[in-house]
Design a protein around this ligand. Structure first.
Ligand SMILES: [Zn+2]
Length: 398
């Protein structure tokens, strides 16, 4: 076996540290073990000679490498935690030299995308845990970039701000992100998957709560009197378009998702998620639901159904439209690293969306990792290498 690259060594070092977050804990950070990786990163950043600002209480690691021949700053952000969905304890990374399509765990019959990786070096798990390429591949790439600039002082670069955050996987990665400690006004999250794919559009998101007051009387004498809230809930659901659900849509197609329903004869309560990339269609979806509520109330001649709709997060594209240079530069950097850039919409939200709405425009770069949140998670070594080349290029002024 030839000597592994320092990028791979770094990645293997990080994935062995269990940093699973926990949505139940109610604490910040949600688990103390995330500090184990934060501590290591602080040490490594200091060893590299960087200016480190460790928010120990909240478990955020900020660092800054002053510019060298440039007068701008640029940021890179990755998260330290791994998904609560699959264990991240005792990860035993397994290095596959020149993947040939025959592997106990990575079978192209299950994951057709693997055919594109034949001949590549891959890293997977032993099949009992996740790998943690999400997002330790991103962390390793950022750290390796810093190390590159430190050991090549003749290479010009922007001021580079980095942040490593906890609890992204439970939607709290930006809860205590302190923008005043982050020395850049533009940044990228390095938290995507397949190399080449850039993400800067997410859903517009809202939650609709539908409540129904029924009229419950004895079933024996209910004729003409009873209004069964459960059945009214069913009527409402039937007014919703069948082919606009998560399981029937993809790409830029929005949907309504019935997230929960609790009902008996007297009361029913449903929660729907409304999602659409397009702001106009998003607003139209909200109106559609209000119209459906109106239809039901008309049918019964009373206000038995009420609906309230609350916005959750906006499409980050809205905040990026004045910063399209970030996208163009990323596309150019991906090409420079030998990739074909493509823009794909995120069918969800990201920490970058929240940071963008708080004034830090933040599109998402790939990492070279695949099958996230699963025992089949793997990383493509050449794609990690290309991501590293991409962010080095981005951090350079020319
Ligand atoms: Zn992630």
């Amino acid at each position: 076996m030839d000597k592994q690259s320092s990028l791979v060594e770094r990645f293997l070092r990080y994935v062995k540290i269990d940093t699973q977050s926990d949505e139940e804990s109610g604490r910040h950070p949600s688990t103390d073990k995330q500090r184990d990786l934060a501590d290591l990163l602080v040490t490594e950043l200091k060893d590299l000679g960087l200016d480190v600002d460790y928010d120990e209480k909240n478990c955020y690691v900020y660092a800054y490498l002053p510019p060298n021949g440039s007068d701008t700053d640029l940021g890179f952000i990755s998260h330290m935690d791994t998904s609560p969905a699959v264990s991240g304890k005792d990860v035993k990374p397994h290095f596959i030299h020149s993947y040939d399509g025959k592997d106990d765990i990575l079978d192209p019959a299950d994951f057709p995308e693997l055919k594109e990786h034949i001949g590549e070096d891959l890293i997977r798990t032993d099949g009992t845990t996740l790998l943690g390429a999400d997002d330790k591949a991103g962390i390793a790439e950022i750290m390796e970039m810093l190390s590159f600039f430190k050991s090549n002082p003749d290479v010009t670069h922007h001021g580079i701000a980095v942040a490593f955050t906890p609890d992204e996987e439970i939607g709290e990665g930006t809860a205590n992100f302190d923008l005043s400690r982050f020395h850049a006004t533009q940044a990228y999250t390095v938290d995507g998957g397949k190399f080449g794919i850039l993400e800067y559009e997410c859903f517009n998101a809202a939650m609709a709560t539908v409540e129904i007051k029924g009229k419950c009387v004895h079933t024996g004498s209910a004729k003409g009197i009873m209004i069964n809230a459960s059945l009214v809930a069913n009527e409402f659901i039937n007014l919703m378009p069948e082919d606009e659900t998560p399981e029937t849509t993809e790409g830029y197609e929005g949907f309504y998702y019935l997230d929960s329903i609790r009902s008996d004869c007297e009361n029913a309560k449903m929660q729907f998620l409304i999602r659409d990339h397009d702001l106009e269609r998003f607003e139209a979806r909200k109106e559609f639901m209000k119209d459906a509520a109106f239809t039901i109330n008309e049918r019964y001649g009373s206000e038995l159904l009420s609906i309230s709709i609350e916005d959750q997060y906006p499409n980050m594209a809205m905040y990026l439209k004045d910063h399209m240079d970030l996208i163009e530069r990323a596309q150019e950097a991906i090409r420079h690293a030998g990739g074909i850039p493509s823009v794909e919409p995120i069918r969800g939200g990201t920490d970058g969306a929240i940071l963008s709405s708080r004034g830090l425009p933040c599109p998402n770069l790939p990492t070279g990792g695949y099958n996230y949140h699963s025992r089949y998670e793997y990383a493509s070594v050449p794609e990690m290498q290309k991501t590293l080349e991409t962010i080095i290029k981005l951090a350079r002024p020319d």
